[in-house]
Write a protein that binds this ligand. Structure first.
Ligand code: NAP
Length: 316
């Protein structure tokens, strides 16, 4: 069995920041990533609020620098999906398809994934007009008409991004006020290519081979209408990636991990950082801060429990 001081699950901003701090602090560090190294932010075209970058920078550029920085301090980043976590002993076990690892401490930085709308037509048209990633698919809709569903930062930012390509964006929101921060809202209100459809939900996505129309329901007037579009981008929130541990770690009612200020979960030696945590503000800057704190706290915990951990760590 391979042995590491610390295992970090997820190589997004929280995971890579934790890896930089842990490895730089002298811990033998391994990071597991089953998807994109860099996490969800990698598919964001412009990041304008990460401190230190006065010119816009892409999510990919920021995350590539974090990846290289983690490697510089000798963190190992492996593209293996974690299949199981054993929290029972003082040392923990991580299982992937390939191997088992014994570790002293774990930082969960497994992030979140986009929520689905769950309406007729959604599954059928994924990749044929339905998308969850404007950065990936936006350019396919040059001079076309698209809709974005949602009223949060993601929906409004991505609607703005899509205006670079498309003729028109309908932003469909279920209430009469956006949830996105003021500055982004103002940019959307001023953009002539964006029309907001208030108080409305999508009941159905329809078309032949590609998306052609949406059936909308106005919650105030209770009227049903049809909106002709070539594509639909869904940004209606995120769901925590908690399947590996949901029955064993304390979660809030939405499934996000509850931690204290030191990122400690209810299990000694297990920490959580980034979007997987219950928190007010989900941003790269807060994810990286979480990662740094979690790594520092884990390092202290390992130090304090060094003797007992050494016995378990060396077991076969
Ligand atoms: P979010 O803030 O949770 O917003 C989700 C939006 O979708 C809300 O407007 C919500 O409506 C709507 N919604 C939820 N379920 C729906 C349903 N079933 N049908 C229709 N509409 C539905 O999610 P997000 O925009 O993906 O952002 C996730 C997190 O990342 C947030 O913390 C956000 O601040 C952060 N983020 C930050 C930035 C940035 O700072 N640059 C960029 C992107 C994301 P209601 O408003 O009515 O609830």
């Amino acid at each position: 069995m391979e042995r590491y001081d610390i295992a970090i699950i997820g190589a997004g901003p929280a995971g890579l920041s934790a890896a930089i701090y842990a490895a730089r602090g002298g811990l033998k560090t391994i990071v597991f990533e089953k998807g994109l190294i860099g996490g969800q932010i990698v598919v964001t075209a412009d990041v304008e609020n990460y401190p230190g970058f006065d010119e816009n920078v892409t999510g990919f550029e920021i995350m590539e620098k974090m990846r290289l920085q983690a490697l510089k301090f000798d963190a190992l980043i492996v593209e293996e999906a974690v299949k199981g976590i054993g929290f029972e002993g003082l040392c923990k076990i991580i299982e992937t398809d390939e191997k088992q690892y014994r570790v002293k401490s774990i930082i969960i930085a497994s992030g979140a994934h986009p929520r689905k709308l769950n309406v007729p037509g959604e599954e059928r048209f994924i990749g044929r007009g339905v998308s969850y990633c404007a950065t990936c698919d936006g350019a396919l809709y040059r001079n076309k008409i698209v809709a974005v569903n949602g009223g949060g930062d993601s929906a409004v930012e991505e609607a703005l991004f899509l205006t670079r390509f498309v003729e028109k964006v309908y932003l469909i929101h279920r209430r009469d006020q956006l949830r996105a921060v003021h500055a982004i809202q103002q940019r959307a209100f001023k953009n002539p290519k964006i029309e907001i459809i208030w108080d409305s939900v999508i009941q159905e996505i329809d078309g032949d081979k590609q998306v052609e129309k949406l059936i909308l329901f106005n919650r105030k007037t209770e009227k049903v209408s049809t909106l002709e579009v070539n594509g639909l981008f869904i940004y209606i929130g995120i769901i925590p990636n908690n399947q590996l541990f949901e029955s064993r770690i304390d979660l809030d009612n939405q499934g996000f991990v509850i931690t204290n200020d030191n990122m400690e979960t209810n299990i000694p030696g297990v920490y959580a950082a980034g979007d997987i945590r219950q928190k007010l503000l989900r941003q790269v800057v807060t994810a990286t801060a979480d990662g740094a704190i979690a790594a520092f706290a884990a390092e202290k915990w390992i130090e304090e429990n060094a003797e007992a951990l050494a016995r378990h760590y060396n077991e076969k």
